[in-house]
Write a protein that binds this ligand. Structure first.
Ligand code: SF4
Length: 241
């Protein structure tokens, strides 16, 4: 099957329709993370290297004892660590959350900043986190490239590179800004349910005709079969001789 080039926004819609009934964990996470900008920032920080259901529970635990920078700054690091356990790197994250709460109370009047540069100046906040916070908390067009977006964009042939920022830039060139905020949620959900990191469920996928990875697999399978057949024919000829 030859790979078909169509408008990428159409493919994004088709992925979204395919994934929605499967209730990917990212949907619940994003809905809960949108409660207040501060909660969004903290939930997104907790989500790094942690599965969404674990993040969800840890966020709820933490917000039940402190839900604003003013309240968070009164907690000691151990108490924060205890509340967010077992998220990945919970001790380092507790330390960062405490420092962030102090910065927000001292410099941002108990709010969170809404620019990329200010967000990435906070401890533990990298490019992916800042982009996701801008998108979820402030609805500013941004593309957060996590492991799912990084992998699936390349499988589909939408982008290529070794660094998330390269992928982000190419996606920004391909999609108009009004689509940017959907890309992370749709592709993360797709990665959690169908286009998995190892052994993607291509037999359940409805966009195989647009997928570079699938197309290449098919080509190499055909070559292997014809190579095998060729060898058999040559071998057979030799034997007959
Ligand atoms: S065909 Fe397979 S690799 Fe390609 S997008 Fe679908 S699930 Fe992912």
């Amino acid at each position: 099957m030859k790979r078909q080039e169509v408008d990428k926004t159409v493919i994004l819609d088709r992925i979204s329709q395919m994934v929605k009934p499967l209730n990917p964990p990212v949907d619940a996470f994003e809905n809960s993370a949108k409660r207040t900008p501060f909660k969004t920032l903290i939930s997104v920080l907790l989500s790094s290297r942690t599965k969404d259901p674990v993040t969800h529970k840890a966020s709820d635990n933490l917000f039940s004892i402190a839900s604003t920078p003013n309240e968070m700054v009164l907690l000691d690091e151990d108490r924060i660590a205890q509340a967010i356990f077992p998220v990945g790197f919970y001790r380092q994250k507790a330390k960062n959350i405490k420092t962030i709460a102090r910065i927000l109370t001292q410099s941002y009047n108990n709010n969170i900043p809404s620019t990329f540069d200010e967000l990435t100046a906070l401890p533990g906040v990298g490019r992916k986190t800042a982009n996701l916070v801008l998108s979820l908390a402030f609805n500013q067009p941004s593309i957060a490239v996590d492991i799912h977006v990084f992998r699936i964009s390349q499988r589909l042939g939408w982008a290529k590179g070794n660094k998330p920022e390269e992928i982000e830039e190419q996606l920004k060139q391909s999609f108009a800004p009004q689509f940017w905020n959907r890309i992370n949620q749709v592709l993360v959900g797709f990665g959690q349910t169908i286009c998995k990191p190892v052994n993607p469920l291509c037999s359940h996928c409805e966009i195989t005709e647009h997928c570079l990875y699938f197309n290449n697999l098919e080509k190499s399978a055909k070559n292997n079969v014809s190579g095998f057949t060729k060898k058999k024919i040559i071998k057979g000829t030799n034997q007959n001789d």
